[in-house]
Design a protein around this ligand. Structure first.
Ligand SMILES: [Zn+2]
Length: 203
């Protein structure tokens, strides 16, 4: 049984064929949907997202030039710089928003999917499936990115700013991650955990 998150109507979990969406019979809210080839798409997009995140952390995020002094900063240094400038809470939150929460979500999703795809329900599957969705509101990479853009415009007036390789990786990450969230259906995931995953069939 699942409940409509809009009107609380209880209903039997609908068995969906790929491409189908179930709507609440009372209020019409889209309860759950099964994307076509959702499993493979989700796996490849989660891997892409994780790789982009690693890439975004590994290379210079920004380079800037003030009065002949060239400096480079990495994505992780943006958080450690906050820490060093006596904003420890902000540093921790930024690290959670931009790296920890999305990385934890994507790793959990991959861990579940890679097992389920082989017909195995992995250890801790139900607990992970419950908790990973609590991370979603904390994954605010785009918010951070907007902040970066705003400060860039300010800094650009004082210094020459060069976007680094990481910045581009992060831009792509900000596109891929919301897309993963959009096609991740928690009821579908739960259904696969409880009843097993069968490609190209109902349910
Ligand atoms: Zn409803």
């Amino acid at each position: 049984m699942i409940a409509c998150s809009q009107c609380d109507l209880l209903m039997e979990y609908p068995r969906l064929a790929p491409g189908e969406t179930a709507q609440c019979p009372r209020c019409g809210y889209a309860i759950t949907s099964r994307a076509v080839e959702a499993m493979d798409r989700l796996i490849s997009m989660s891997i892409t997202g994780l790789l982009l995140l690693v890439f975004a952390s590994a290379f210079p995020f920004l380079g800037y030039n003030t009065s002949g002094q060239e400096k480079q900063i990495t994505l992780l240094q943006t958080t450690s710089t906050l820490w060093e400038n006596n904003y420890p809470e902000l540093a921790v939150l930024t690290a959670i928003f931009i790296i920890l929460a999305p990385a934890a979500f994507l790793s959990s999703l991959l861990y579940l999917l890679l097992h389920l795809r082989r017909g195995v329900v992995p250890w801790g599957a139900k607990t992970i499936c419950k908790w990973m969705f609590h991370l979603v509101p904390w994954a605010m990479a785009e918010v951070f990115f907007l902040g970066v853009l705003v400060s860039l415009i300010k800094v650009a007036a004082m210094a020459t700013v060069e976007p680094g390789l990481s910045l581009w990786a992060f831009v792509f990450f900000c596109l891929v991650f919301p897309a993963v969230l959009t096609i991740t259906d928690r009821y579908q995931l739960w259904f696969w955990i409880e009843h097993g995953y069968r490609p190209h069939s109902h349910g």
